[in-house]
Write a protein that binds this ligand. Structure first.
Ligand code: GDP
Length: 395
């Protein structure tokens, strides 16, 4: 008996409703939970749409609950509060819905509410993995070579640098919002102060980290059709996510993780479909302008903490969008400075970190992505592999 949760903020309501139908009709699902960020127009429209189905001749077969997220954490109230609220609801749902649920729920699934390619197979695959005894089942799928640049440049680089001998750098999509947790795994996350605190976009990083540190077994299942969802415009849309995901890695940097303690299996990937191989995930022209925007005198001073190979071209980028300097090697060195010096609540630091990342993504796009899909994906993997070797040699 499982609960499916869709965290949502502002989404296309018919897509959300379609996904709720998919979940509510699945034989393994006993309860569907929609956790809204706030009572905005989308929230009200979702409530009305669910009520209308329940008042119709064909109501949902299982309870469908729409709730506003609780304030659980200590950082910006965001998706982390949504996920943590859902875990709380899951653990006591059998008490609230005693008529519909005869026993405590065994699994909780999370899916982004905006996935237009969502179908029953996502749930079935996760259930099959969980039935094999895995504590955590994560979905992964083919992605555009220009997508997932928070994952590659921030999370994977950080995991490889800080915990090279663990399973962490090998998690395919460590920021993925599609996953299934056993009751045991949910209890571990609810009992962990670091997870509870992480109310912002950093929640996925911290959940992934804590699952590995606590030795929970992980299966990653492949979804060949990929995740069709609302994409961003310029890289500017990702500023908050970049900073919060980086700050989450930074907050964990002193933590120890036992080498390869957890079981980790990965369902092999297939070839990426043509539309995904050809997709350009962000607006390059719009993103070039970001290198010149929002500079301050203090940011120029902060740049002195970096080497000349970063500081000089970044200063020139105030006038002309330079990014050729931000090779993997330079990015890794800049990342290390940020790990030591970045201050989460400091706007100048946020602007600077974000702009360094923009330069890195543009460099990767113009140097690796232009050479083709396979080349680009290989470049991402090799960047992480090199870090693993270096991290290990440095021990
Ligand atoms: P992306 O998949 O990384 O592009 O991120 P999205 O913007 O699609 O967000 C992932 C999911 O989290 C979507 O279903 C969003 O509606 C939802 N979401 C985003 N922010 C919040 C929040 O503050 N609270 C809740 N409950 N859900 C959120």
């Amino acid at each position: 008996m499982s609960l499916v949760c869709f965290p949502f903020k502002t989404e296309h309501v018919p897509t959300v409703l379609r996904n709720v139908h998919v979940a509510a009709e699945h034989p393994a699902v006993s309860l569907v939970l929609l956790v809204g960020a706030c009572r905005n127009a989308c929230f009200n429209a979702v409530v009305s749409a669910i009520d209308a189905v329940n008042a119709s001749p064909t109501p949902f077969a299982v309870p469908v609950v729409v709730q506003q997220q609780q304030r659980v954490g200590a950082l910006r109230p965001g998706k982390g509060d949504g996920m943590n609220s859902a875990l709380d609801y899951f653990l006591s749902a059998h008490l609230v819905h005693a008529n519909a649920l005869s026993a405590p729920l065994q699994r909780i699934h999370f899916y982004d509410a905006d996935i237009s390619s969502f179908d029953a197979s996502w749930i079935t695959k996760a259930e099959a993995g969980a039935a094999l005894g895995y504590d955590v089942v994560r979905h992964y799928f083919p992605r555009s070579s220009t997508d997932a640049q928070v994952t590659w440049q921030i999370t994977k680089v950080g995991f490889a640098m800080l915990w090279p001998r663990t399973t962490l750098p090998w998690v395919r999509q460590p920021l993925g919002g599609e996953l299934c947790l056993s009751r045991t795994a949910a209890e571990v996350l609810v009992g962990d102060a670091r997870c509870r605190r992480q109310s912002d976009w950093g929640v996925d990083t911290v959940y992934t980290f804590v699952c590995a540190q606590k030795g929970l077994s992980l299966l990653e299942v492949y979804v060949p059709q990929g995740k069709m969802h609302a994409l961003y415009g310029g890289l500017g849309d990702l500023k908050t996510m970049v900073c919060e995901c980086f700050a989450a890695v930074q907050s964990l940097r002193g933590e120890a993780v036992r080498a390869a303690a957890a079981v980790h299996q990965i369902d092999p990937a297939g070839a990426a479909p043509r539309d995904i191989r050809q997709k350009v995930a962000y607006d390059v022209e719009k993103s070039l302008g970001l290198l010149r925007a929002n500079w301050s005198a203090r940011q120029e001073t902060l740049l002195r903490l970096f080497g000349e190979d970063v500081a000089a071209p970044m200063l020139r980028a105030r006038n002309w969008p330079e990014y050729g300097f931000m090779t993997e090697r330079v990015w890794v060195a800049a990342y290390q400075v940020c790990l030591r010096e970045f201050v989460r609540g400091d706007d100048d630091w946020r602007e600077l970190l974000f702009r360094l990342w923009v330069a890195r993504v543009l460099n990767y796009t113009m140097r690796d992505v232009v050479r083709g899909y396979e080349y680009a994906m290989q470049a991402n993997t090799e960047m992480v592999m090199k870090l693993l070797v270096q991290g290990d040699e440095a021990r």
